[in-house]
Ligand binder design. Structure first.
Ligand code: AMP
Length: 422
């Protein structure tokens, strides 16, 4: 039966095709990320989209929304319960352990770029297939390693021309220091418990830290004057936090402290952070990250300190479009041969220019000059290079600047150096 009898096929709900300007921004962002991250010594890793379900149950956690409600999981034909990854840190850690890359205490710096899948409720800017860029640093527990990663992140965001950024930081302490904070916080909660929502009542029993980032306005008001985790840190965590602040100040990375910023899981330790963009409106969080010293051993790897972050590429691309408009990628030049003999010569010339790194396309439709120029204008070419019999005899091309409407003549042997290279 023809597909047409069901109507035209559409992309699956929550997924979309990347094309046009959005695709160009994705490319620009990915190229910038790779260039900056390589300078800092980070290497790319690509892990499979499919992972065994345990990888996420044990890392992201069974009580999280991601694992509870949002996973694309299924049993495959061999009876394995697998998941299309909802995030990439767990897969990277699984790979590091599996390949014994953490067997020595040497630092490992890795980044990833790839699609993630979450069965989310549909809303603006949230997709079921979305992309993340993330960086993970393994093996170093110092505040210096965090400053290094944050400087790389800000170099990347600044290179994209993003301004009005705010780095919020907090320390969530360690599993050892947390009970002291939790006791103080529970006492605070109990004194005003009727002001908190039902979810917070559940959280205070299971995971008190999570009450701090409840989105319900009434809970945020009830939290006024709450005990701060940073006032209940062990000595080493306090020194760590103070040192990170000194480093950020000295390196010119402006930050502010947000005592309500938490990462809810036990294996998160010390630094938690978020980057907000004033240009994003309601969804101002551009990315988040932090230190997760407990995760590698939690997944049965050797105890290994780690720090990382992940940024949503979809949100970043829409921010770039909003701030800078269409992606700057004009088509450079269309070579228009007039007649069969010129067509053959044009292909041979273009091949020579491509080999020299020039960006040029050949009009292969064999249409007349007028139509070819209309095509070049419609498709947004910057220049048309016209090769007719007269030009061939003289060894030149006529070069029309399509924006300005001006025309000049270039000798063939000068074309390569005058075209833009890619
Ligand atoms: P998370 O892994 O939940 O900490 O998210 C990190 C970043 O990924 C967020 O700040 C968003 O920019 C992006 N992100 C998370 N979920 C989605 C989604 N469903 N659609 C688009 N972007 C997302």
């Amino acid at each position: 039966m023809a597909l047409g009898s069901f109507g035209m096929a559409q992309s699956v709900k929550g997924t979309r095709d990347l094309l046009g300007n959005e695709m160009k921004w994705f490319q620009r962002i990915e190229d910038t990320a790779r260039r900056i991250f390589h300078r800092h010594g980070y290497e790319e890793i690509r892990t499979p989209i499919l992972e065994e379900i345990d990888v996420f149950k044990r890392s992201v956690g069974e009580s999280s929304d991601i694992v509870n409600k949002e996973m694309y999981d299924f049993v495959d034909k061999g009876g394995r319960h697998v998941v299309m990854r909802p995030e990439n840190t767990a897969g990277v850690v699984r790979a590091m352990i599996q390949h014994k890359l953490l067997a020595t205490s040497d630092p490992r710096l890795l980044y990833y770029i790839g699609p993630q899948f979450r069965y989310e409720r549909m809303q603006a800017g949230r997709y079921r297939q979305f992309w993340q860029i993330g960086a993970e640093s393994f093996g170093v527990a110092t505040p210096e390693s965090e400053a290094e990663s944050l400087v790389m992140l800000f170099d990347f965001l600044n290179e994209l021309g993003l301004k009005h950024l705010k780095l919020s930081i907090n320390s969530v302490g360690t599993p050892e220091s947390r009970p002291a904070f939790q006791a103080a916080f529970r006492a605070f909660f109990e004194a005003r418990q009727e002001a908190f929502c039902g979810d917070c009542h559940r959280r205070i029993a299971q995971n008190p830290l999570r009450v701090l980032d409840c989105k319900v306005p009434g809970c945020q008001t009830a939290l006024e004057g709450h005990p701060r985790i940073t006032d209940h840190l062990d000595e080493a965590s306090r020194a760590h936090h103070a040192r990170l602040k000194v480093l950020l100040e000295a390196l010119g990375v402006p930050y502010e402290e947000n005592p309500r910023l938490v990462r809810g899981l036990d294996y998160y330790t010390r630094t938690a952070f978020e980057v907000l963009s004033a240009d994003l409106g309601a969804q101002s969080a551009l990315l988040g990250g932090g230190r997760y010293d407990g995760l590698v051993s939690h997944l049965d790897g050797p105890p290994t300190p780690a720090f990382g972050w992940a940024i949503g590429l979809d949100r970043l691309a829409s921010l770039m479009q909003q701030l800078h408009g269409d992606a700057p990628a004009p088509r450079p030049a269309l070579l228009i041969p007039l007649g069969e003999a010129a067509a053959l010569e044009a292909m041979a010339l273009a091949r020579k220019w491509w080999a020299e790194g020039c960006a040029v396309q050949v009009d292969t439709r064999g249409q007349g000059l007028k139509k070819a120029l209309q095509t070049a204008n419609r498709l947004g070419f910057a220049r048309a290079l016209i090769l007719g019999d007269g030009e061939r005899e003289q060894g030149v091309v006529a070069v029309k600047d399509l924006a300005a409407g001006t025309q000049e003549t270039w000798p063939l042997d000068q074309v390569a150096q005058r075209l833009s290279t890619v």
